[in-house]
Every structure is written in structure tokens, then in C-alpha cells.
Design a protein around this ligand. Structure first.
Ligand SMILES: [Zn+2]
Ligand SMILES: [Zn+2]
Length: 335
């Protein structure tokens, strides 16, 4: 029998039942029985072909947690039945300079889970063994899916920026990514300020680790926070008044953008004068995913999720589109 999945047959179409033959399992591949799969904005972007790289029928789903169902001959580090997660990336070449220095997520030959291949809104999914990340018992299995995409995405900047536990961090946008960033930065030891355009999120942001809350539509409040932050982590994908956000940084501070904005424009003088940096990052390597899971387990960090049965995938997509998801959606396999 083939794999049972949900696929979009064309741009923007609702998902429908889809069965496909996965072919023979590759020597370096793992087959995963899907238990849960997170629903991420990137799934929506792929269904809608926002990035011009979608191929139909398209099976989305790149925040998989499940158990190892089959192992290719070369995969020695995992066991049948072991709990694993699979995120945005499903394969890297293993021999380029990026892979050889532990930066597999930067591999130019990398293959992404739902780009030109079938993802995790299915009863089974496959990936290269190295990208099936073991899930420790300390991590809440049912909620772990979003850690493999959004979680890793907001954890990586803490490492890349060499953020000190004494640091002051602003998290801009308290949604699917931002709420996990609050939890990580708080557990890291930092003083954390949540920036949101929704004042009604203040109490919840504080319960998730924010020491302070700032309404980012309030220009005066923004101006009065000038020079306070070692890192400003932007998780939204909208254009902001970038000069105002550079202005929030201490000298030496870093404006780090993980939201997929299309353009960045700012006055460069404060960047040069204050030795500030502006950067971005995608997900992270398998090794960093291991560290992120270990850290999450130790600090009891889990995304806040709403669960839908996988058969209600189109309802879940509508809920995501409406902007009402609090804060991540996880689909439970009910095939
Ligand atoms: Zn994602
Ligand atoms: Zn490579």
C-alpha cells in the first residue's frame, strides 16, 4: 500500500486525500510513522506557491513527530520505534564545506521536506537519517512538532549572536515564532521585552517569559526604549520602520530577522557608528536541533498549541489564515 496523505492539487486549492507510492527506501533514509505534524505559515505559503517553488500535488507538513518505521541500510544511529522529529529540511549532501563544518542547514544541495517531495500531512514520511532528530523523553511529544521549524528558527539566533545570559532581548511579534522566542530567551537568563501590536497579548506574553511588554504601534514607547537591547529579534514578516528598530540596539547590538520580509532599508550610519549588526538566519543544523531539544526539555519549554485531527486539515488551514491560531496548530494523525 502507498502512503496516505493530504495534498493540494493546484495553487491555493483545499487539501484532499492523496495516496502515493514512495518507492524503495533509500540506503541513507528513514521512514517515519507520523503521530503529529505542526501546521506552519510556510505550509500555507507553499500551497499558495508564494515562493514560486511549489510542485503539485503538494503534500505539506514539515513539523513532524513520529516513530521510526523503517531504516535504510546505512542508518545505524536510530532504532525502529524510536521517537524522532523532522523539520523544514530533509536532506543535505554531507560533503560540502557547510556540511563538513556542522552547518548542514546551509548546504547548497539541501533538500527541503515539502519542496519537490512529499511532507508530513500523511500517515508516513521519509527523510535522510541525519535529519530525523531523536526526541528526548523530557520533551512533550504531542507538542514537539513546532520546535523543529519555528522553535529551531528562534533558538538559532541566540547561538549565532553569542547572546549573554545578562543580555537584554526584544522579541518583535508575539505569534507562532515569537512566543517560543520569549520562552527560550527567558530560560537563557535574559531580560525579555515582548513587542506586539496587540495590547491584549500583554498578560499572556508575560506568562510566557516577557518581563516587559511594549505596544509597537506606540512611537513614543519605541523611542523611549532606544539603546536598550543587545538583540532585537524580529519574528514578523512585515515591513517595519527599520531605523526605529536599529535605534533600539545598544552599541554592538544585533538586529536579527527571522521573519521572511522581502526588503530591508535603513540608514546605515548608526550601524557603522555603533558597530551594530543586522542579520538573519533560517532554521539550524541537526546538532543544534539536538541542543535545542535538550534545552527545551530541561526548561520545560513547549510551544502553545491547538490540536486538530489531521482529517480536519482544511479547517485548521482556515483557522491559521484567520490569524486566530494561539499560537501553533498541531494535527494529530487520524488515518
Ligand atoms: Zn515551518
Ligand atoms: Zn552539503
Amino acid at each position: 500500500m502507498g502512503f496516505l496523505a493530504y495534498a493540494a492539487t493546484d495553487i491555493g486549492k483545499p487539501l484532499e486525500s492523496f495516496e502515493y507510492d514512495p518507492g524503495q527506501l533509500g540506503l541513507d533514509e528513514v521512514e517515519i510513522d507520523v503521530d503529529y505534524c505542526g501546521l506552519c505559515h510556510s505550509d500555507l505559503s507553499m500551497v499558495d506557491n508564494d515562493w514560486g517553488m511549489s510542485r503539485y500535488p503538494l503534500v505539506p507538513g514539515h513539523e513532524v513527530v513520529g516513530r521510526v518505521a523503517a531504516l535504510g541500510e546505512q542508518v545505524k544511529h536510530l532504532k525502529l520505534g524510536q521517537k524522532v522529529g523532522l523539520g523544514w529540511r530533509a536532506r543535505s549532501c554531507m560533503v560540502c564545506d557547510q556540511c563538513m563544518t556542522g552547518n548542514h542547514h546551509r548546504c547548497p544541495q539541501g533538500v527541503d521536506t515539502i519542496v519537490g517531495r512529499n511532507g508530513g500531512f500523511a500517515n508516513k514520511v521519509r527523510c535522510q537519517g541525519a535529519w530525523a532528530i531523536p526526541i528526548p523523553e523530557t520533551v512533550d511529544f504531542a507538542k514537539a512538532g513546532p520546535l523543529f521549524c519555528g522553535g529551531l528558527t528562534v533558538f538559532n539566533p541566540l547561538i549565532l549572536s553569542h547572546l549573554s545570559p545578562m543580555g537584554h532581548v526584544a522579541v518583535v511579534g508575539i505569534g507562532g515564532l515569537g512566543h517560543m522566542a520569549l520562552k527560550f530567551a527567558k530560560a537563557w537568563g535574559c531580560e525579555v521585552t515582548a513587542f506586539s501590536t496587540s495590547p491584549d497579548k500583554e498578560a499572556e506574553a508575560k506568562s510566557m517569559g516577557a518581563h516587559h511588554f511594549l505596544n509597537s504601534r506606540d512611537e513614543e514607547a519605541l523611542a523611549s526604549a532606544a539603546g536598550k537591547f543587545d538583540m532585537v529579534l524580529v519574528t514578523v514578516n512585515v515591513m517595519l520602520d527599520w531605523d526605529a528598530y536599529v535605534n533600539l540596539l545598544k552599541p554592538g547590538g544585533r538586529l536579527h530577522i527571522v521573519g521572511a520580509i522581502s526588503k530591508f532599508e535603513a540608514t546605515w550610519f548608526p550601524v557603522i557608528g555603533g558597530e551594530r549588526t543586522i542579520g538573519g538566519s533560517p532554521i539550524g543544523s541537526p546538532a543544534l536541533a539536538n541542543q535545542m531539544l535538550d534545552f527545551s526539555g530541561r526548561h520545560e519549554i513547549a510551544p502553545k498549541v491547538e490540536e486538530f485531527p489531521m482529517s480536519k486539515i482544511n479547517d485548521a488551514l482556515e483557522h491559521l489564515k484567520s490569524g486566530k491560531a494561539r499560537y501553533r496548530i498541531v494535527l494529530k494523525n487520524d488515518f
